[in-house]
Design a protein around this ligand. Structure first.
Ligand code: ADP
Length: 204
């Protein structure tokens, strides 16, 4: 790491940027098995917040591997670096005043903690998609479980690579028993209760 780097204080603070948008910045970090509903729920929440007039940004699945992280593979070190960069980018977007939604399997507690530690208390909201493996595998929306079971994909989370469940997630959703609408109502309720969004998109 270079030693001649000096942090510049911006004249406009992140709070001032967010105030203009009538919202408080935060990161909703969706974690869970493949097929647990991260992408579906994050996208639906993105739409629900956008319709209420909030300024959001969604970082989803493999998309970042096409650009920002296209130099990274799937080694242990590269997986950690993948999550680290996503965390840093999420941080920049919250500094810009946005409500950020990130949907990545992120199976390891240490990686999620690394991202959590980038944020002030209360701004990192871990959303654990606690859908049973059985349901995820039955859904198999991308046919990945079938391939993993057949040995065509190695180190697949839930099959031959572990998923470390969050112990104290801010929000826990099991989409085997909760519909999409119910999950969104729960998340909106949480954001309202925490004062991160306001009824009708207006500050109190
Ligand atoms: P992930 O991003 O975790 O890999 P996806 O959102 O891509 O998961 O896939 C979840 C699949 O489950 C989708 O095909 C979705 O339509 C389906 N599904 C069924 N019920 C629900 C629900 N209540 N919430 C979210 N997804 C659901």
């Amino acid at each position: 790491m270079s030693t001649n780097i000096v942090w510049h204080q911006h004249k406009i603070t992140r709070a001032e940027r967010a105030h203009n948008k009538n919202q408080k910045p935060c990161l909703l970090w969706f974690t869970g098995l493949s097929g647990s509903g991260k992408s579906t729920i994050a996208n639906a929440l993105d739409v629900a917040l956008h319709e209420r007039g909030y300024h959001t940004f969604l970082l989803d699945g493999d998309n970042v591997r096409h650009g920002l992280n296209k130099d990274l593979g799937f080694s242990d070190a590269d997986r950690v670096e993948n999550i680290r960069r996503i965390g840093e980018v999420s941080k920049l977007f919250t500094d810009a005043g946005l409500i950020v939604l990130s949907a990545f399997i992120s199976p390891f507690t240490s990686d999620r903690r690394m991202v959590r530690n980038l944020f002030p208390a209360g701004e990192f909201i871990e959303v654990f998609m606690d859908t049973p493996l059985e349901t995820c595998e039955q859904r198999d929306p991308k046919g990945l479980y079938e391939k993993a079971r057949a040995g065509q994909i190695k180190h697949f989370t839930g099959i031959d690579s572990p998923y470390e469940s969050p112990e104290r997630p801010e929000v826990r959703l099991d989409t085997s028993i909760m519909g999409v609408e119910q999950c969104i109502d729960h998340l909106i309720g949480y954001l309202l209760q925490r004062g991160l969004i306001f009824d009708n998109g207006k500050t109190p």
